[in-house]
Design a protein around this ligand. Structure first.
Ligand code: ZN
Length: 246
């Protein structure tokens, strides 16, 4: 099934060091023979998330020997242009708020489109057939580039535009945060849940001073609130679908 140019048993995971992308990485490690990761530096205020990756990768490798054997190269790409273009609360020191268009000002226009396009370009060069990303339409804060329709359309464009049969996987698309914690438990039991709790980073403000039951963060930005609420839902065992408020 695989050749040098297109390995159908290999996956590239968009890995930022957050809860979602770490869970996606574990998901990929259960399914693909070779798994490489890609992170982006785009001027994000929470660039600390990229520093979390090393501990997470070490932790994943020590959880299961077959995961250690499957973990391949790790890549980081600089995309400073996104930060230059964006006047957002993720890339500027401004308060997080809801804009007139109903979107939080943490929205970085085009971010996921750019990320996935670069991911496909890297996958092309590395001969990787599958791309795995943690976008989610359930808890998505209204970000239009997290919608399944957006990503399906982009996946089609990438396959056409690069003439490679990439498959785009978004295992979290229809899961809320409680269900994402539950998926981590399913994939790696308590040790994986503990690893994600301790070492993954979610807080938009880059805070890692205070340790909460669900991990580190400021505790009040939208990302922390979502993570905390998901953790409580997971503990309560209520992993059924609970519509997120927009
Ligand atoms: Zn926070």
């Amino acid at each position: 099934m695989s050749d040098e140019r297109h390995d159908d048993t290999a996956a590239l995971v968009l890995f930022s060091g957050g809860q979602d992308s770490t869970t996606c990485l574990a998901w990929a490690l259960t399914r693909f023979r070779r798994v490489e990761t890609l992170g982006f530096s785009y001027g994000q205020r929470h660039v600390i998330e990229l520093d979390c990756r090393a501990a997470l990768l070490d932790g994943l490798a020590s959880l299961k020997p077959d995961w250690a054997g499957r973990l391949g190269d790790h890549h980081t790409l600089d995309v400073p242009t996104l930060g230059e273009l964006s006047e957002t609360a993720l890339t500027r020191d401004v308060a997080i708020a809801i804009g007139a268009d109903g979107l939080p000002n943490t929205f970085v226009p085009g971010r996921n489109l750019v990320f996935l396009t670069f991911a496909a370009a890297l996958a092309y060069r590395r001969g990787i057939g599958h791309i795995v990303a943690g976008m989610c339409e359930t808890d998505y804060s209204g970000y239009p580039d997290c919608r399944n329709d957006t990503l399906q359309a982009l996946a089609k464009a990438l396959v056409l535009g690069m003439a490679r049969p990439f498959e785009l996987h978004t295992p979290l698309m229809w899961r809320d945060k409680a269900q994402t914690w539950a998926l981590a438990h399913e994939l790696g039991g308590e040790p994986l849940v503990d690893l994600i709790r301790e070492h993954s980073h979610t807080c938009y403000l880059g805070e890692r001073g205070e340790r909460h039951p669900w991990g580190y963060g400021c505790g009040s930005c939208p990302a922390c609130v979502l993570r905390a609420r998901g953790w409580e839902g997971y503990l309560a065992g209520s992993t059924g679908s609970t519509p997120a408020s927009p």
